[in-house]
Design a protein around this ligand. Structure first.
Ligand SMILES: [Mg+2]
Length: 264
């Protein structure tokens, strides 16, 4: 277990890892206290591009999780950072929530409906047909195709799911033949950026989450430590069938915390 105990920074998925909808998962608050006690740092890392980073601070605090603004990193922030590098002086056409647009605008991204450099898609819970129509128009004329996160669905309580960014992109791909570049997990850029900002090398970062193709894959892709919890999407059967292999598996963060506490 040396590698796990040597981790200095934990990147924590939220949905299905710390809570499910509005219910905190058993042991999740104690797990955070264990990180505090053992001197570990942590960042709440989310692929959810329907909300802004600032939305998570009150939400997490209300659920009982200690949280500062610097402790939240979203796929929207990562997308804005990438757009600034790739298209420094160009405006884009966004397909996303008001909060997603604010997240991009906060970092200096401009929007246009005339010859955008790219169509930028998020988990748009305010999606309209008019937006899809415009996105298809621009994509067919060669605009770039960038998406904040590849998740097909967003898990909800009572075994419900919401169609997420990946499903919206699948529709646009069906209509245009174009494939998006996905910026969020599992793209290693999110971990690389955080490593740069915190000074913690990737090998001392642990990516914790419930979803193999995003949370675990980003850890594998970035050369970080990957920790799967079985409290959300992934079942033992899905894990056994998967080619994506986590470094560690726990029933939930409760057992992960207990392991860190024991120091083994
Ligand atoms: Mg999750």
């Amino acid at each position: 277990m040396e590698r796990l105990n040597g981790a200095e920074l934990f990147l924590l998925d939220m949905d299905g890892t710390l809570y499910l909808g509005d219910s905190v998962l058993p042991g999740a608050l104690e797990f955070i206290r264990t990180l505090e006690k053992t001197g570990k740092r942590w960042i709440y890392l989310t692929n959810n591009s329907s909300r802004g980073g600032a939305d998570y601070v009150p939400r997490l605090r209300q659920l009982g999780f200690p949280c500062s603004e610097e402790q939240v990193y979203t796929s929207g922030m990562a997308t804005a950072a990438w757009l600034k590098k790739r298209y420094p002086d160009r405006a884009v056409y966004p397909v996303g929530t008001v909060r997603f647009l604010m997240e991009l605008a906060d970092q200096g991204i401009a929007f246009t409906e005339e010859d955008p450099a790219a169509v930028v898609v998020g988990f748009d819970r305010e999606l309209t047909y008019a937006k899809l129509e415009k996105a298809v128009h621009f994509l067919r004329r060669g605009a770039g195709f960038v998406a904040a996160n590849p998740d097909l669905v967003c898990p909800m309580p009572n075994d419900e799911v919401l169609p997420d960014c990946g499903s919206i992109c699948a529709l646009l791909t069906a209509a245009t033949g174009r494939e998006p570049l996905y910026i969020g997990k599992p793209d290693r850029r999110m971990v690389d950026t955080i490593s740069e900002q915190t000074g913690v090398p990737n090998g001392k970062i642990a990516c914790v989450g419930d979803r193999l193709y995003t949370d675990i894959a980003v850890g594998v892709n970035a050369g970080a430590i990957s920790v799967l919890v079985l409290s959300g999407e992934t079942t033992e059967e899905m894990l056994n069938r998967s080619k994506i292999r986590p470094d560690y598996v726990f029933p939930s963060v409760k057992e992960l915390g207990a392991r860190l506490m024991s120091g083994r």
